[in-house]
Design a protein around this ligand. Structure first.
Ligand code: ATP
Ligand code: MG
Length: 536
């Protein structure tokens, strides 16, 4: 006797459809599970038998049961195979179950020993993968039905027990069962100030026209940013406001971001898609796997992936572990991150705007331009710190800005004179729409994502603008990798200015943004003047 059911195996954020084939025949009494199962699935054999028996069904223990998971070359992970395995065994032995009952369906869920369903991580990306392969119906643990139903075009059935599944498949009356415990995502404790970033606005920031402009460019083109400056200059204040300049996520983007939260186990239980771009700011004491992904046991996405399509803010980044900073090269270059576990590799999306902030030295007082400065660092410490800033990150950062503390008169200027986030977000949205139209037939969305060779081939700079970049390269002030970054930035500046293509002016702004030099005059809006008093 033979039956087959289907479920999904997740490798990183990519789901593969897995066929669970069950054969029950006379022979040596045994249950064999083949096709690269991990430890959790190997345990499923015993769990499923107990769950089936305790649900009042027969387990064919006097015969040989072969359970094969295919395709054989894809590793199978997780405890959610239980439901597909138990249903497969029952379908192979129960003649009352129509063989077509599980066509077009995927089964997701862990079983407890008494046959009740248990919630699992990653239901949303599994459902996305199933729907993409033409599956029309998905069975999940009841508390996760809303999550699966976020995927358009699939019928979702939430179940409390194996008995309920069998009743549904046979068209019988569905028996009652106690409710299933949801996955806990609520922290045991909450504290005041948790949502401190919920209502920040760019209008909180006085002065800093240069920094604000950099934020706008970065938000519009998806570029990476390095903010350096002395203590209290406003680096953190500025970086925390970048999220307010980003438009809402589109429907596909919302699904991507929500799917990562489902994998990470941080999905709020309101059954809604995440529609605002995430903002993640890990502390510098965070581990490599917390930032980049990984972990023992179940591999989870890290902060770089949780920040996907939003902002990853690394405050005081020279204090992060060297391996973390090195590990950020891959996501900065490619928009995804690979996490190795044993011989396998999982890949997660990680396309965030990365904002680095640092002091000029460890004590924060060093100034290269002042003859007498108050820096208390030893010369070796200073060199070590500065090498961490200039080394691995600098070449991969698009925009560098040196932040100065606001002048007293800027802090005193009337609040009404400061621009709010909303109008800046409108300009960013318009610039992003221009990019979306330009890249409509390609896989990228923003200037920062377009690979260098494609940029040179399809979106070359006009002759004179190109010459300005070439001049900077030949004078040694710009590396080749830097030239590509300037090229992308020039497009973003043109998009913000509503131009069809960048000219020499836009390239000059881009060169200054990249090098950290002051912007050309006229690039910034006029400074806010105090209502009274003297402007310097
Ligand atoms: N431009 C500004 N407008 C309004 N407030 C500001 C501005 N710059 C700094 N502040 C205020 O100064 C304080 C210190 O700013 P912030 O923490 O952003 O500085 P920082 O550059 O990150 O310093 P550190 O190097 O110590 O981390 C904050 O309370 C912030 O509100
Ligand atoms: Mg700070």
């Amino acid at each position: 006797m033979w039956a087959s059911t289907r479920t999904v195996s997740l490798i990183g954020a990519v789901g593969h459809l897995i066929e669970v084939q069950v054969d029950v025949s006379p022979g040596v009494v045994a249950t064999a599970l083949i096709g690269r199962p991990d430890v959790a699935i190997t345990e499923a054999r015993d769990r499923c038998r107990t769950a089936v028996v305790n649900s009042g069904f027969d387990w064919p223990s006097s015969r040989r049961i072969t359970i094969s998971l295919s395709p054989a070359d894809i590793p199978k992970r997780g405890s959610h195979f239980d439901l597909a395995i138990a249903a497969g065994v029952l379908a192979a032995t129960d003649s009352a179950l129509p063989s077509s009952a599980l066509d077009d369906s995927v089964l997701i869920g862990e079983l407890s020993l008494d046959g009740r369903m248990r919630c699992v991580h990653g239901v949303l990306p599994m459902t996305v993968a199933a729907a993409a392969r033409g599956i029309r119906r998905v069975y999940v643990p009841e508390p996760q039905a809303e999550e699966a139903a976020l995927v358009p075009g699939v019928e979702v059935l939430g179940l409390r027990s194996l008995r309920q599944l069998m009743a549904v498949l046979k068209g019988e009356e569905v028996p009652g069962a106690p409710p299933v415990e949801p996955l806990t995502v609520q922290p045991l404790l909450s504290w005041r100030g948790e949502d401190a970033l919920a209502d920040v606005d760019l209008a909180d920031v006085a002065g800093m026209a240069d920094g604000r402009f950099a934020l706008e460019v970065v938000a519009a083109g998806g570029h990476s940013l390095l903010l350096s400056g002395p203590k209290g200059a406003g680096k953190t204040t500025l970086a925390e406001r970048i999220g307010t300049l980003l438009p809402d996520l589109g429907p596909d983007e919302a699904l991507e971001v929500t799917a990562i939260q489902s994998l990470a186990g941080t999905l709020p239980r309101d059954g809604r898609l995440v529609t605002r771009p995430p903002f993640r700011a890990p502390h510098h004491s965070a581990t490599r796997s917390a930032v980049l992904g990984g972990g023992t046991g179940r591999v989870r996405p890290g902060e770089v992936s949780k920040a996907h399509l939003g902002v990853l803010f690394l405050d005081e980044f020279p204090l992060f572990g060297t391996d973390i900073i090195e590990g950020l090269r891959q996501p900065l270059e490619s928009g995804q991150v690979s996490v190795a576990r044993g011989e396998e590799e999982a890949t997660y999306p990680a396309r965030a705007i990365v904002v680095f902030a640092c002091n000029p030295c460890k004590c924060g007082q060093y100034s290269a331009t002042m003859i007498a400065n108050d820096c208390k660092c030893r010369a070796t410490d200073l060199r070590h710190y500065q090498s961490r800033v200039s080394g691995p990150v600098a070449d991969r950062v698009d925009v560098t800005r040196h932040v100065k503390p606001p002048e007293a008169w800027e802090l005193l200027a009337p609040l009404g004179a400061r621009e709010h986030s909303a109008p800046v977000r409108a300009r960013v949205t318009a610039a992003r729409a221009r990019q979306a139209a330009r890249y409509a037939r390609s896989p990228w969305r923003l200037n920062a994502h377009v690979p260098g060779p494609v940029l040179t081939r399809d979106w070359a700079l006009p002759r004179r603008a190109g010459q300005a970049v070439a001049k900077a390269v030949s004078s040694g002030s710009l590396t080749h990798r830097g030239a590509t970054r300037v090229h992308r930035l020039a497009w973003t500046v043109a998009d913000l200015r509503g131009l069809d293509r960048p000219g020499v002016d836009e390239v000059e702004v881009a060169l200054a943004l990249r090098s950290g030099e002051p912007l050309p005059s006229g690039a910034l809006p006029l400074p806010e003047l105090p209502a009274t008093g003297t402007a310097r």
